[in-house]
Write a protein that binds this ligand. Structure first.
Ligand SMILES: *[C@@H]1O[C@H](CO)[C@@H](O)[C@H](O)[C@H]1NC(C)=O
Ligand SMILES: *[C@@H]1O[C@H](CO)[C@@H](O)[C@H](O)[C@H]1NC(C)=O
Ligand SMILES: *[C@@H]1O[C@H](CO)[C@@H](O)[C@H](O)[C@H]1NC(C)=O
Length: 583
């Protein structure tokens, strides 16, 4: 019999305010009790399972004084946010009356305002950070030790590498610029952390090469990749911020414009070219769509029973010629309505196309801890670029990759009131909320522009799983049984958690997700990765306490070394995450 217990006053496992114990909930519990007394296995009524069919909610958080063009969650739970340094005065002063002097800065030669901030979601506060050179349209990754490596930018920053080393919630750490830089300029390039802990930095405006950081030796140069030249459209580009995903076999998936390859970056060899994504819509900047590596499922992997399947999903973008039309003629054509899914590990991979309920350019795709995908931000018409889009799309959309019926995969969720156009961002927080920020479709900061002013606010979206009606089903992690919250490849380890109602018959019962936090800019979450670990046994320890034993990812190509958020998911409802280091 499935053990369970109901407790009304406890806030355990609940992400927001105290649970409300409604009549409906009480009835549901009675029904659950009734069913489980008979025989939980044979008389399961799946209509009693928690469904995530509510439309979520929005909460305005804070004005941080800068527009959030780039965001990275770091293992202290804080978020490093930065913009460019040459868009004029921000609304956040540098600490201690500091100013920067830069005669090449067209907007402001003496600048006493900040263009980076450290945000703490727990206290909902931010403090200014100091970037010394221009970080405009750059890229980044977390290194295995949790240090943020930021690469490239514009002007004096185009070959810079900067680090931000987390120092705890009360520290005063700040950006450090390294002496060793990039081999070539990187503006609009993408990063991916690799199995050896290095970062590959690939592409960029007029940059048809890739390079690594750190370099193996001082002479290591950038390597030419003709695919990047071939995928560049004249006048429009449509191949910037290429989508990169490290596949479980260690090779790199590179998608640019409409084409994609399986790339062995060690040998500089294209192993395979996948079919072009069907249709004529372009998917990369400025026809900005988004891309995720769908959750990797590791069940059966440890026993060698299966290879890890890898599937990519790309959504939104703009039709060919859209940037020309908006930029030269001020005609804003409808954005792409389609998503494509391709299982890269199939013998002959093919795209499966699906239609979103709403079209979108500049949407952010976020992997949620329960394996669903959220698509948020962006516009209905036009492309990325200054003044190049109209009609903000304020409704997020939820996508369920595992739903068998294609008609039931998408849900349109509750709209925000704040348009998030070009230069907006969104990331997953450890508590399960989505942090949304930015939007500045103008050359300079412009707070009076209508209808899309430079937006300095941060906002949180609560996905449907955070709804109060799921409080009883929400696990809450007590501890991870691993020395220093650190696990090595293939290691078995256990997680203790509490749960008010254990109802394993729904949605696969208990699963455990490991989530790599993304570096997000221009609608692409670099390094975003979600693994469902191989689950061993689930033990019932006491009235409310359980223990689940899982296997850490098998190899560094499946999960590059570094910090991951660990979440226990019960019947589709995820717990808050704890940080675990994988090495
Ligand atoms: C800028 O900061 C001032 C003072 O804190 C505030 O009154 C104003 O509303 C801010 N402007 C914007 C656009 O957030
Ligand atoms: C964009 O416009 C330029 C100049 O008018 C033209 O050369 C180019 O072919 C156009 N590109 C597309 C994709 O329409
Ligand atoms: C946006 O695109 C739709 C569909 O093509 C079109 O009907 C509409 O006029 C466009 N909006 C504007 C303001 O151009």
């Amino acid at each position: 019999m499935a053990p369970f217990y109901v407790k009304n006053q406890s806030k355990m496992g609940s992400c927001s305010s105290s649970s409300t114990f409604t009549t409906t909930t009480a009835m549901m519990i009675l029904l659950l009790l009734f069913c489980s007394l008979i025989d939980p296995a044979s008389s399961v009524d799946l209509s009693l399972c928690p469904t995530t069919q509510n439309s979520g909610k929005w909460e305005m958080l804070l004005s941080i004084g800068i527009s959030a063009m780039h965001m990275q969650l770091i293992p202290t739970g804080q978020v490093v946010i930065f913009d460019r340094t040459d868009s004029g005065r921000s609304n956040l002063s540098l600490p201690d009356g500091q100013c920067r002097y830069d005669l090449t800065n067209k907007a402001l030669q003496v600048d006493c305002t900040a263009h980076s901030a450290l945000y703490d979601p727990v206290s909902n506060t931010a403090r200014p950070l100091t970037v010394q050179t221009d970080t405009w349209c750059s890229s980044g990754s977390l290194r295995p030790d949790g240090t943020l490596i930021q690469t490239g930018g514009f002007g004096d920053g185009e070959r810079k590498v900067r680090t931000f080393t987390p120092c705890g919630r009360f520290g005063s750490c700040d950006w450090v610029e390294l002496n060793e830089g990039l081999h070539v300029r990187r503006w609009y390039s993408s990063n991916q952390i690799l199995s050896d802990g290095r970062v590959i930095i690939l592409g960029g405006r007029s940059t048809f090469t890739y390079e690594f950081f750190p370099k193996a030796n001082a002479d290591e140069k950038a390597v030419y990749l003709n695919f990047l030249r071939e995928t560049r459209d004249p006048m429009e580009e449509n191949n910037l911020y290429p989508f990169l995903h490290l596949l479980p076999d260690g090779n790199l998936f590179v998608f640019a414009n409409r084409r994609s390859i399986l790339f062995d970056y060690n040998k500089n060899k294209i192993l395979k070219e996948f079919p072009e994504i069907p249709g004529t819509d372009k998917r990369n900047y400025p026809s900005t769509g988004s891309s995720v590596l769908l959750p990797l499922r590791l069940n059966g992997i440890q026993s060698g029973a299966a290879a890890v399947a890898a599937e990519v999903m790309i959504c939104g973008g703009s039709p060919a010629g859209a940037y020309n039309m908006s930029h030269r003629q001020r005609i804003f054509v409808a954005a792409s309505t389609s998503c494509g899914r391709i299982r890269l590990t199939d013998p002959s991979p093919e795209w499966t196309m699906e239609e979103m309920p709403v079209r979108r350019v500049m949407g952010d795709m976020i992997l949620l801890p329960n394996g669903e995908v959220l698509i948020v931000n962006g516009a209905l018409n036009g492309t990325a670029g200054w003044e190049d889009a109209i009609d903000a799309i304020k409704n997020p959309v939820l996508y369920r990759p595992d739903e068998a019926d294609p008609k039931k995969r998408f849900d349109v969720l509750r709209p925000t009131e704040t348009p998030r156009m070009y230069h907006s961002t969104a990331i997953l927080l450890p508590d399960g909320r989505i942090l949304v920020g930015g939007s500045n479709p103008h050359v300079r900061y412009n707070f009076k522009a209508y209808p899309y002013p430079t937006e300095l606010s941060l906002e949180a979206f609560y996905p449907p799983y955070l709804g109060q009606q799921h409080a009883l089903f929400r696990p809450s992690i007590l501890s991870v049984e691993a020395a220093e919250q650190s696990v090595s490849y293939g290691q078995q380890f256990s997680i203790n958690f509490v749960l008010k109602v254990y109802w394993p018959q729904c949605h696969g019962g208990i699963s455990v997700a490991l989530i790599a936090p993304s570096f997000t800019t221009h609608s692409f979450g670099m390094n975003q990765r979600l693994l469902f670990l191989e689950v061993g046994k689930v033990e019932h320890l006491s009235l409310l306490a359980y223990k689940v034993t899982v296997a850490a990812p098998p190899t560094a190509t499946v999960a590059p070394p570094g910090f991951y958020m660990l979440s226990v998911v019960h019947s589709g409802i995820p717990s808050q995450s704890l940080w675990v280091r994988v090495h």
